[in-house]
Design a protein around this ligand. Structure first.
Ligand code: PMP
Length: 387
């Protein structure tokens, strides 16, 4: 697609040609045997991508925010205690959703660009019988990644369910749902999963489904109620027709193709490739003298980078970068919104796209009047790839 700008925001991302082609195929009936087969395959593949062999997958029309509600609504009952690991804009949203569904929410606080320590979270978990620990794997507002493995282990010590908002992580960041003892991991189609926006995706552990089945109160949502969706998901996997709400047929087809591509690459290679690209990308920005929003290197996410504008530069540089061929995202966290920008590098993003984006960033910054050694970012990224 010559002449087209690269979409390098933290979702929606660049999609593969094969995925886009699925979107253009004449839409089948949602109970056509051919579609039932594709939907069943997609659900089976979700288990493999989430590394949750005994998990229960859900794929429902909606954005990532709906996936958050599809999780919280079904495992929260009035008065339940929930501990939310504070990461930024999206952990605040998760806390709001839990409160709406009747939970008493406590927050393990942190500063902007930082996360509470695992020790601090463990101490809080031991002090109160929390039912759920909620973790935003990568908070897209700051580019910080939580240590899901360690936090989940701390929750296991107290028996709390572990919910992971993996909207900016699943399919890019290392997540071993079953091995790490995660009970719900949710995402949306438009990020590292590599499918246009519109699908809320979630895998629940057996324990989470049991907790749902043992509920004493009705779910406070009609559309999100697992009682409506569980039979549909089970039916499609058993290759039987079912209906609750019309599935987005072409998105599900596209999901099946994209998950197939992810699995063909292999989860280990995929985690490694995202880490490598993120390192190369950061090396490029560092070579221009830019710094990053996350407070410490171990917090740097592999799916996106959040970088501070250097002195004399503001959000107007993004238009220059777009004119040079790459669409990036501005700030999102309200406390620092005007001071930083964000670049997504997940999913299909390959070496060429990373280097092309750094090239566009160099030209855009140069046009905005920023003084730096031209070519330094691309060279540093190349060096990182070759090291
Ligand atoms: N959680 C995280 C971590 C996200 O990055 C996003 C989207 N940027 C959401 C939730 C919400 O997803 P959506 O915009 O698709 O509703």
């Amino acid at each position: 697609m010559k002449g087209r700008r690269l979409l390098m925001i933290p979702g929606p991302i660049e999609f593969s040609q094969e995925v886009l082609a699925e979107m253009a195929i004449p839409t089948l009936s949602h109970v056509d045997p051919q579609f039932i087969e594709l939907f069943g395959q997609a659900l089976e593949k979700m288990r493999k991508v989430w590394l949750a062999p005994s998990g229960q997958p859900f794929a429902v029309a909606g954005s990532g925010t709906f996936a958050m509600e599809l999780a919280a609504a079904n495992i929260t009952e009035p008065g339940d205690r929930v501990l939310v690991v504070h990461t930024g804009y999206f952990s605040d949203r998760m806390a709001d959703i839990f409160r709406l569904h009747g939970a008493e929410v406590d927050i393990a606080k942190s500063e902007v660009g930082d996360l509470p320590s695992v020790e601090a979270v463990r101490t809080m978990l031991r002090a109160v019988p929390y039912k759920i620990l909620s973790i935003t794997h990568v908070d897209t507002s700051t580019g910080c990644r939580a240590d899901v493995r360690a936090l989940a282990a701390a929750a296991r010590e107290t028996g709390a369910l572990v919910l992971v908002d993996g909207v900016c992580a699943v399919g890019g960041e290392e997540l071993r749902m079953e091995e790490w003892g995660v009970d719900i991991a949710l995402t949306a189609s438009q990020k590292a999963i590599g499918v246009p926006p519109g699908l809320a995706l979630l895998v629940a552990s057996r324990k989470a489904v049991e907790v749902f089945k043992a509920r004493r109160h009705p779910v406070r949502s009609y559309y999100a109620d697992w009682a409506n969706w569980l039979p549909v998901m089970e039916a499609y996997e058993a290759r039987k027709p079912a209906y609750f709400g019309t599935p987005p047929v072409n998105l599900v087809r596209a999901l099946n193709v994209s998950l197939g591509q992810i699995l063909a690459e292999g989860m280990e290679s995929r985690f490694e490739r995202h880490a490598r690209s993120a390192r190369a990308f950061r090396a490029g920005l560092s070579a221009m003298g830019l710094g990053f929003v996350p407070a410490r290197p171990e917090l740097y996410a592999n799916t996106l980078t959040a970088a501070w504008y250097p002195a004399g530069i503001d959000a107007s540089v993004l238009a220059h970068i777009a004119a040079e061929g790459a669409t990036l995202a501005g700030g999102l966290h309200p406390a620092i919104k005007t001071r930083y920008f964000r670049i997504g590098h997940m999913g299909m993003s390959d070496t060429g796209e990373i280097l092309a984006t750094l090239g566009a960033i160099e030209r855009g910054f140069a046009k905005a009047g920023f003084r730096f050694e031209h070519g330094a970012a691309v060279a540093a990224a190349q060096a990182a790839y070759l090291s």
